[in-house]
Ligand binder design. Sequence first.
Ligand code: ATP
Length: 442
Amino acid sequence: MAENNKMEKIISLAKRRGFIFPGSEIYGGLAGIYDYGPLGVELRHNIKQYFWQKFIADREDVYGMSAAILMPAKIWEASGHTELFTDPLVECKICHERVRADQPEAIADHEKTHKKEKVEWTEPVTFNLLVESKLGASEKTATPVYLRGEITQGVHVNFKNILDSMHPKIPFGIGQIGKAFRNEITPRDFLFRQREFEQMELQFYIKPNDAEGDKWFEYWKNFAFDWYLGLGFKKENLRFRQHESDERAHYAKDAWDIEYQTPFAGWKEAWGIHHRKDWDLSRHSEYSKVDLSYYDEETKERFIPWDIECSGGVDRAVLFVLLEAYTEDELGGEPRVFLKFKKELAPIRAAVFPLLKNKPELVAKAREIYSNLKSNFQFQTSNFHFDDNGNIGKRYRRQDEIGTPHCITIDFQTLEDDTVTVRDRDTGEQTRVAVSELAKVV
Ligand code: ATP
């Protein structure tokens, strides 16, 4: 398969099979905005659940939280975003389209549209990415607010609340998942660069010294890498890359990315691990006039902790998981397309089929097995499908295309010995399994 086609095939499959739709499509869409359909929302939920489990729930030293999206402008002054959260923008002098100057793909794409003329760009100017809004019932009293440009600040401004309510012992972390908004100059590459997207993050607070900083930075870099591998990536498709000093964000002492080898533009950022030092807590102490220091009972010291941050994009993870899972092969002499999701991430855990639609005893038995499976997995992220439409071969193919790991078929033998066939998505092999064993198998 030509790798540059893969993205188009995934965009088309994602829309056709209910994963991801262009935002507000019937009104002509909105650049850089996407809506998640029934299957996409399950896939995204499973990725977020896996983050929550590994970074928060499984650990004794990390707390979860969820901050609001709207925050006063002053927070973004304190964090440096009002002044420094910018990208360089250039404008085409022929058609006045504006493009991000440091995105070679966007520049090249634009230059192709003026093949015959010589493209001339304006000098780069800085463009702030924060999305502004207003709150208040009248023009006069309305106050400017920002939709958060990153979810990070919602954690830092609650640092004192977490100290006062949970009394954590340093080092400790606070994790959250939530939406962020950026007025990206050139949203592109499907879910990769959106204007509204979701982030999953950990802020890990440590004692302020270089040895601690180096130790924890290394620890979280490797932790985030292993977590990413756990989504089902081949190791050779992921790598680390350290930021050059001139590319680091304004707050960063050191910064590394975990990158994924994309078919559309080579190595691209999936996660950032940032050494933010005491930047955020010091600035919020200064701007809010609230003391955000930590008192260490053991050493009797008071200090502003340093922060090691792991910041990942949920939607980029969804896109990269789709790219990694997309497979074309041949089964039974026929070409097929399937999504080879890791079992735990698949939107549908298993599909249940009565062999024939017009045999009430098969349909009743299939319904019973389907309901039992559903109730077995209550409160978990798993989801099951019931399908009696069309021939079995077609039903298999439909499930392959959405990445369902197992298809369970109820036939006449089931009525005699309470066994079913379980078909494996990747190999197409079918095995006979006792109904009592089904929950374990799927
Ligand atoms: P880039 O250099 O690609 O613009 P960034 O370095 O600005 O990204 P961060 O501010 O470190 O990104 O954000 C943390 C994570 O949030 C990124 O690793 C990425 O996964 C995700 N992310 C950032 N911007 C976007 C976007 N516009 N659309 C989707 N995900 C994004």
